[in-house]
Ligand binder design. Structure first.
Ligand code: NAI
Length: 330
């Protein structure tokens, strides 16, 4: 067996982590050959409940799990980390203004970014799940100046999977026959799920669907508002599906995407498709050899352009807000 991979998960006693940790330990993310050291971070008040989660992990007797460490100290949590899944975040509570939310999370992701900068392994890969995920990733990235910007990503794979699921339902096709769906922009209700390049059983999705009203009035809002619909139905936000998206995201980043398909990841824009350089925005990407590449040269029609621009404008606005709050530099 190879040298263990150190995987740090924050917010480790929360809902999403409960859907995540056991699958990581079972090999769903890094494969059946990768031995794993889990480093679990929580706030002091939640360390007691995290001890229970650690006991359950132990009770799985997972062959791949070489150790479990729990801590409330980010420097300890990120020491030697190869993979960091930043799930812990401050939720928006009643009476909280958006600026309060950005500020509370700004403090968390500044601390976590600095600890990654100081302590993580050279090959660190970071996935931010905690909301507002794109801007939290931006803050962590700015506070880790020694880590290449390409190592900071945020989760839009859940949105990508939701888009596949809706298209599969509409066309009566198994999800596995749907390829090249893409999510652009922010993980928020301005995100743009794009099916203009998607294929259903190898045929253009727009031709198979042949229903513009469905695309505009049903598909796009359903994907954008799916998180809210789940909160309404379940009384709690998506957890198992978010964990699944996080595993898919990291698995593909580390182990590569299929040759005939792409996935969606929020990554640091290099200016592709007119997205302001430096914003953490979702793009269609392919992954190989542990690196991602934004899919080049896609034709963007006027409809897509206006939707992408609207979501990117929201990201730029969030960037300005956290810059004014002092969490990121220019
Ligand atoms: P949760 O409230 O069940 O768990 C969050 C955990 O984070 C709590 O145990 C809390 O103690 C911990 N935490 C808070 N501050 C921390 C810090 N400074 N260091 C370490 N741990 C800390 O929430 P849940 O359901 O697990 O969701 C986590 C986050 O993921 C939320 O921000 C949620 O909005 C977001 N989310 C993102 C999705 C995406 O697709 N990007 C989808 C669904 C949820």
């Amino acid at each position: 067996m190879t040298v263990p991979v150190t995987v740090t998960v924050t917010g480790a006693s929360g809902q999403i982590a409960y859907g995540l940790l056991f699958r990581i330990a079972g090999g769903a993310m890094l494969g059946a050959d990768a031995s794993i050291k889990l480093r679990l971070l929580e706030i002091p008040a939640a360390v007691g409940s995290l001890e229970g989660v650690a006991m359950e992990l132990e009770d799985g007797a997972y062959p791949l799990l070489s150790s479990i460490d729990i801590t409330d100290d980010p420097r300890v949590a990120f020491e030697g980390a190869n993979i960091a899944m930043l799930v812990g975040a401050r939720p928006r509570t009643k009476g909280m203004e958006r600026s309060d939310l950005l500020s509370a999370n700004g403090a968390i992701f500044t601390e976590h970014g600095s600890a990654i900068n100081a302590a993580a392994a050279d090959d660190i890969k970071v996935l931010v799940v905690g909301n507002p995920a794109n801007t939290n990733a931006l803050i962590a990235m700015h506070n880790a100046p020694d880590v290449p910007r390409t190592r900071f990503t945020a989760l839009t794979r859940l949105d990508h999977n939701r888009a596949i699921a809706q298209l599969a339902k509409k066309t009566g096709t198994p999800a596995s026959h749907i390829h090249r769906v893409g999510i652009w922009g922010n993980h928020s209700n301005t995100q743009y799920p794009d099916i203009f390049h998607a294929l259903v059983d190898g045929k253009p999705a727009v031709d198979v669907v042949d229903d513009e009203n469905w695309l505009v009035d049903d598909f796009i809002p359903t994907v954008q508002e799916r998180g809210t619909a789940i909160i309404k139905a379940r009384g709690a936000s998506s957890a198992a599906s978010a964990a699944n998206g996080a595993i898919n995201h990291m698995r593909d980043w580390v182990r590569g995407t299929r040759t005939d398909d792409w996935v969606s990841m929020a990554v640091c824009s290099d200016g592709s498709y007119g997205v302001q350089e430096g914003l953490i925005s979702s793009f269609p990407v392919t992954c190989a050899g542990g690196e991602y590449t934004i899919v080049p040269d896609l034709e963007i029609n006027d409809f897509s352009r206006s939707r992408i621009d609207a979501s990117v404008a929201e990201l730029a606005h969030e960037y300005e807000s956290v810059r004014e709050l002092g969490y990121v530099s220019d």
